[in-house]
Design a protein around this ligand. Structure first.
Ligand code: KIV
Length: 274
């Protein structure tokens, strides 16, 4: 953002203040062009490390690097004006120590100008979240199913399906909230547990596959648009863009092959924002 900008972006404290208020609308984006669309309707844009699956075709988010997150974070900041942009801290850049987490978070904030970072993990990350929050880094937590731990979890199963397993997840949520996170993503958690967490902590919960019993919702943009090759049970599709894109590409290829291509009378006009 330049010093001339008069547009006020949402901040982490604005989102924190939405506890028990108007539901928080959040979507992922990894590019300037999708960020500009998402920005018109969302409170928060997440530059998720799901970009590893969606953009790069990795099977897991484990290979995603800090450099990849920073590059796409910069693109999203350029494309958006109003929403709080949160950038995911990728696997391996924050777990070793509080200091490692701080250095990585500072790189993300300085190099992208985003307003907050997100990291995965419950009680084990509480000290780190407190360390970052006390030093000017707003942190969004992420508990329940934590995809960066796929190699120890073994599968992307829903968490807390029977009441006997709720205790550790609830304790994770409380620890993250008490450590100073401004909000908490809860992923793939059964509705009664999502409700209990939401009622038990003072910060907003943002669900993904965790029912409507949360203070907000997040989805991966490409999943909800029907663009992503993966199908996740809990994703409601709001569009089916893949066939439309395929038809457009096929139409283009047919035009080129039959030499039905526009001449100089179709001058391309650059349209700026708005
Ligand atoms: O990386 C991501 O997109 C996420 C959401 C699924 C919450 O963490």
């Amino acid at each position: 953002m330049s010093v001339q900008s008069t547009i006020k972006r949402k901040t982490a404290p604005d989102i924190r203040a939405r506890k028990n208020g108007e539901p928080i609308v959040m979507l992922t984006s990894y590019h300037a062009h999708t960020a500009a669309l998402v920005d018109r309707h969302c409170d928060v844009i997440l530059v998720g490390d799901s970009l590893g699956n969606v953009m790069h075709g990795f099977e897991t988010t484990v290979p995603v690097t800090l450099e990849m997150m920073i590059l796409q974070g910069q693109a999203v900041l350029r494309g958006s004006q109003h929403a709080l942009v949160v950038v995911d801290m990728p696997f391996g850049c924050y777990e070793a120590s509080k200091e490692q987490a701080f250095h990585s978070a500072v790189r993300i904030l300085k190099e992208t100008h985003c307003g907050a970072v997100k990291l995965e993990g419950g009680i084990r990350m509480a000290d780190t979240i407190a360390f970052l929050s006390e030093r000017g880094v707003p942190v969004m937590g992420h508990i329940g199913l934590t995809p960066q731990s796929i190699n120890t979890l073994g599968s992307y199963r829903a968490q807390g399906r029977d009441e006997g397993s709720w205790g550790p997840i609830l304790n994770d949520a409380k620890a993250i909230a008490e450590a100073g996170a401004f909000s908490l993503v809860i992923e793939a958690v059964a509705e009664p547990l999502a409700r209990k967490i939401t009622e038990s902590i003072a910060i907003p919960t943002i669900g993904i596959g965790a029912s409507a019993a949360c203070d907000g919702q997040v989805l991966v943009l490409e999943d909800m648009l029907g663009l992503s090759p993966r199908t996740l049970k809990f994703v409601r599709r709001y569009g089916n863009l893949r066939p439309a894109m395929e038809a457009a590409i096929e139409g283009y290829a047919l035009d080129v092959r039959s030499r039905a291509f526009p001449g100089p009378e179709h001058v391309f006009e650059m349209k700026t924002k708005g």
